[in-house]
Design a protein around this ligand. Structure first.
Ligand SMILES: *Cc1c(COP(=O)(O)O)cnc(C)c1O
Length: 389
């Protein structure tokens, strides 16, 4: 018996455990202080009514002989794939039904897609980044190179012609920085990928936070992207499905074998998303569902606006917050990420996430999220203003 030795090459992730440990220590020493958590990477608003109704109805169907369902299609029921197809159409993207694969979320598919690629591929990942991209490739023994996202490029790295990448990760709007690529920038990435015969793995988990009509929600809005990109999206941040689990992956048939390979992979290793959840997801794409989820997204965006406005008044440099629930700020007074974490906890009882935990280029930066309540966000920002205003 041999173990997968690649696991030994994973870096231990201490980020969220260290945050929790420091906060608990602080609470035990200062039990009467009110902590405000703006480090949350999870939604907090409940599922919308339309979704709940659809899921209740589906539960009832499951208890009746005539409407009971067992195994469903691995790639998702047609009713949901058609809803996703229509949704893409609103962004002027035409997809065929068999290019749409329903999943239990973007994280699993981002990892699972790597089944389709050889070990010897060079993987290009932005830094700082959502840790899943790096770790899933390390587990498979692939070489990872980084594209620096930093203050100079507005946290939107562009291709380096000297790097011969095979797999390219792009997350836009970005977690953790909240930065978002425009059409021209994505076109440069698409052209670069096509020239190299590389595949872009495009994570659009935050597309529904985009407020500017000029910015692309899907990479397929860019000419040539269907020849070089796979897209991952999720209802997690869009509709509060982080605990309910549903997403979708687009593998265009113009990518050649990959579409059939992904179907084969899914039918072999995956048995689909629960019928009840897919009915809930379908409801998200109805006009009423869209209205209701927009209320929640706007609630978070209002928090992001409060944070961003406060930082502006305090002259704290930051990106994000406009098309994303994340605000990525430069730590004041050149503090390091963890230094600022301690300072903020000690002096304002506000908890955020040290940027250093997302990669080398995250050092000296800090992530705040808009997933808290409006009251808490406003109070946290008053405390910020007292300290830095
Ligand atoms: C939250 C998030 C996802 C969504 O993951 P799910 O598995 O669908 O919950 C995907 N990508 C990024 C960058 C995220 O932050």
């Amino acid at each position: 018996m041999n173990l997968n030795k690649n696991y030994e090459n994973l870096e231990q992730s201490y980020l969220f455990s260290t945050v929790a440990k420091k906060v608990n220590e602080y609470i035990s020493k200062n039990p009467d202080k009110k902590i405000i958590r703006l480090g949350i990477g999870d939604v907090t608003r409940p599922l919308c009514k339309k979704v709940i109704e659809a899921m209740h109805k589906a539960v009832d169907e499951m208890g009746v002989q005539a409407t009971f369902r067992g195994y469903g299609p691995e790639q998702g029921y047609d009713f949901l794939r058609e809803a996703v197809q229509k949704y893409y159409k609103t962004h002027n993207v035409d997809l065929e039904l068999d290019e749409i694969f329903i999943s239990d979320g973007a994280k699993s598919d981002l990892g699972n897609i790597l089944d389709l690629f050889g070990e010897d591929n060079t993987v290009l990942v932005p830094d700082p980044v959502y840790p899943v991209y790096v770790d899933t490739n390390i587990m498979a023994g692939r070489k990872v190179v980084f594209a620096d996202a930093n203050g100079e490029n507005g946290f939107l790295p562009m291709p380096d012609e000297n790097i011969k990448a095979d797999l390219i990760y792009i997350c836009s709007p970005n977690n953790p920085t909240g930065a978002v690529y425009n059409r021209e920038q994505l076109k440069v990435w698409v052209d670069y990928a096509r020239k190299l015969g590389a595949i872009i793995l495009f994570d659009s988990a935050y597309e529904c936070f985009i407020s500017d009509t000029e910015l692309p929600h899907s990479i397929y809005e860019i000419e040539g992207a269907k020849e070089c990109a796979i897209e991952f999206c999720s209802l997690s941040k869009m509709a509060g499905f982080t605990g309910t689990r549903c997403g979708y992956t687009i593998v265009p048939k113009t990518l050649g074998k990959l579409n059939k390979m992904w179907l084969r992979r899914q039918t072999t290793k995956f048995n689909g998303v629960p019928y009840i959840v897919q009915r809930g997801a379908e409801a998200v794409f109805t006009p009423e569902g869209q209205e209701e989820i927009k209320e929640n997204i706007n609630y978070y965006k209002e928090n992001a606006r409060i944070i961003s406005d406060t930082l502006k008044r305090c002259n704290i440099r930051h990106v994000g917050g406009k098309h994303s629930p994340y605000i990525w700020l430069k730590c004041p007074n050149n503090m390091k990420s963890w230094e600022f974490f301690d300072y903020l906890l000690e002096n304002a009882q506000v908890v955020g996430t040290p940027g250093a935990g997302f990669g080398r280029n995250g050092e000296g930066y800090f992530r705040l999220t808009s997933f808290g309540s409006k009251e808490n966000t406003a109070e946290a920002m008053q405390r910020f203003e007292k300290l830095f205003g």
